[in-house]
Design a protein around this ligand. Structure first.
Ligand SMILES: [Zn+2]
Length: 187
């Protein structure tokens, strides 16, 4: 495990449901605490302009087998479009600077916009068991990135995403509906 940094899971990634770490994959219900697979957590926040408090729009954990299943369902065209988007828009200097930055949540990793200037943002982290893996993640992203990526997806991929969402049973119906309108950045 040379070169891999592990850290305690920051409170930002705790589930709103019980203020604890995610114990199960939102999609297949697999026990994440066993540490058999890595998993990602995405949380989306909206800031209340009147008091500056943040509210969670959605949150989920996805285990790597579920994520892989989702990626396999994507069409080649969509994957090519996303790769192109990332190479054209992502500020890789931000990525590098971020590694020296104590607070990865201080600004959008893609645009560099400070978090104070964002009304909404998503955070994504990678984990195994009860530890966070530091490296490519964690990141903070403006939700507009997710919208732009969604526009690059082919209809085939969108249909497959909807099939994927319809097939899974563990996700509450409200969350499923929300995902249809406001698709997560990652999946
Ligand atoms: Zn899963």
């Amino acid at each position: 495990m040379d070169g891999i940094d592990f850290e305690e899971i920051p409170k930002e990634f705790y589930s709103d449901l019980n203020q604890e770490v995610f114990k199960r994959c939102t999609f297949c219900g697999t026990d994440l605490s066993l540490g058999l697979d890595t998993y990602l957590i995405e949380k989306s926040f909206k800031i209340n302009p009147s008091n500056g408090m943040k509210n969670t729009v959605f949150e989920y954990a996805i285990c790597s087998p579920c994520n892989l299943k989702k990626l396999e369902a994507m069409s080649e065209e969509s994957i090519e479009n996303i790769k192109k988007y990332i190479s054209e828009h992502f500020n890789f200097l931000e990525f590098q600077l971020r590694n020296d930055n104590k607070d990865p949540f201080s600004k959008c990793v893609v645009t560099g916009i400070p978090v104070e200037d964002l009304e909404e943002y998503n955070i994504v982290g990678q984990f195994v068991g009860d530890k966070m893996i530091k490296g490519q993640f964690p990141v903070l992203m403006s939700p507009s990135i997710g919208d732009e990526i969604q526009e690059l997806l082919s209809q085939k991929t969108k249909d497959e995403f909807d099939d994927f969402m319809n097939e899974i049973t563990g996700v509450p119906p409200e969350l499923k509906e929300l995902f249809k309108i406001k698709r997560p950045v990652l999946i």
